[in-house]
Write a protein that binds this ligand. Structure first.
Ligand code: PSU
Length: 378
């Protein structure tokens, strides 16, 4: 039923002119009935009879209107239920189509990757011979668009990265590591930093030592870093938008946790002056200190462990992860979770665009309602 049909139906059944006509008819009949019986009545009795007849007429009209209204309400309810069911059906059909699109895109992307690897260095056999079909040359659909549609109302839990996402510690890491590299006549580049970010301390130490051929052991590198971190980490500020988002989710009862590559000692230093905020998290998984985390980011371990420690462990697809590190985006995606990527300005966004739902310049730009979470009031 369209809008104009709906209006027509309500006007014919319950318009005020029709009510007035009915009332008028009853009054007329009452008057005629009274006139026919005037013989044996006094004027007072006559008025009494007229009053009675009018009252009866009004009651009848009221009854008529009520019956009409409830029939109308029933009709309207039926239409509403019908419309809701149709909408529900259409929505689930749409979600199914989008799910299939994502799957097809991911399959196409992995086929494409395999073909490229073989051409470059013969690492993997292509799943299909080149030219078999259009899939071989397709690139992945950006998850940023399709997944927002499919997962709109499914986020129940949120997991946050720490360094560079909630806390501005990346500038501290850069300063300290640049100093160590400079001592050995080396330069700490963005490419090396991007590989380190999110990794466990030990793995990150090996990455830089191997990349720049530093003449020190991983333990010496870690100890040297720690000496500097000791007085710098307690002064670290929060990233823009971090406090507002964390408090908002907590106030609305959304379960929140942390998953970081850090160790316990550094984590305590970093959060020393932000106890109020960090006490709002249900738990923190620290890859460098946690025995349940076998591999650091980009492996999915820390996110899967973090999800499993909620009071009501969610399915991975119902978890929303906030990350700044490319390794973190890889890890969350490998865990089957949805990812909001807030990258460093130097990051190559095109590389991981297909693995993140949304890419933001700042946490301040996040819109919770886009993921079915309670919106900000202002
Ligand atoms: O420039 C760097 N940033 C970050 C790291 C590593 O990343 C971890 C932070 O992980 P996350 O972003 O998951 O909190 C740090 O503990 C450290 O091991 C590093 O080595 N170098």
């Amino acid at each position: 039923m369209n809008c104009s049909e709906e209006n027509q139906w309500s006007v014919t059944d319950f318009s005020p002119p029709q009510m007035n006509a009915s009332l008028f008819l009853v009054l007329l009949l009452a008057g005629v009935a009274v006139m026919q019986n005037t013989d044996g009545f006094s004027v007072g009795q006559l008025f009494g009879e007229v009053e009675k007849a009018v009252k009866k007429g009004v009651e009848e009209v009221a009854q008529e209107v009520q019956t009409g209204v409830s029939a109308g309400v029933q009709k309207a309810n039926k239409e509403a239920v019908h419309a809701a069911n149709a909408a529900k059906k259409a929505a689930s059909a749409g979600v199914e189509i989008v799910h299939q699109t994502v799957k097809a895109a991911e399959n196409a992307a992995s086929d494409h990757d395999d073909v490229e690897k073989t051409q470059d260095g013969g690492e993997a056999a292509p799943r299909k011979a080149a030219g078999d079909g259009p899939e071989n040359t397709k690139t992945a659909e950006p998850r940023s668009m399709v997944n927002v549609i499919t997962k709109l109302v499914t986020v129940t839990h949120v997991i946050f990265d720490v360094d560079g996402l909630l806390l501005d510690t990346e500038s501290i890491y850069s300063k300290v590591i640049e100093g160590i590299c400079a001592k050995h006549g080396k330069t700490f580049t963005w490419e090396i930093k991007a590989q380190q970010m999110g990794q466990t301390e030990h793995k990150a130490a090996k990455i830089i030592i191997d990349s720049l051929q530093l003449p020190i052991t991983p333990e010496e590198y870690i100890q040297e870093c720690k000496r500097e971190f000791e007085h710098m980490f307690p002064l670290v500020p929060l990233m823009p938008g971090a406090e507002k988002l964390v408090r908002h989710l907590h106030e609305h009862g959304v379960p929140i946790a942390l998953a970081s590559g850090s160790d316990m000692h550094n984590f305590q230093l970093k959060t020393k002056n932000h106890q109020d905020l960090f006490s709002l998290f249900h738990h923190a998984v620290l890859s460098s200190s946690d025995p349940d985390v076998k591999h650091g980011k980009p492996a999915p371990d820390c996110f899967l462990v973090a999800a499993s420690r909620f009071a009501d462990p969610p399915k991975p697809e119902n978890v929303l992860v906030f990350e700044d590190a490319p390794n973190g985006v890889e890890a969350a995606c490998a865990a089957g979770m949805q990812v909001i990527w807030v990258p460093d300005p130097r990051a190559d966004r095109s590389q991981l665009q297909h693995k993140s739902e949304v890419i933001l310049d700042s946490l301040e730009h996040f819109k919770p309602e886009e993921f079915g979470l309670p919106p900000y009031n202002t």
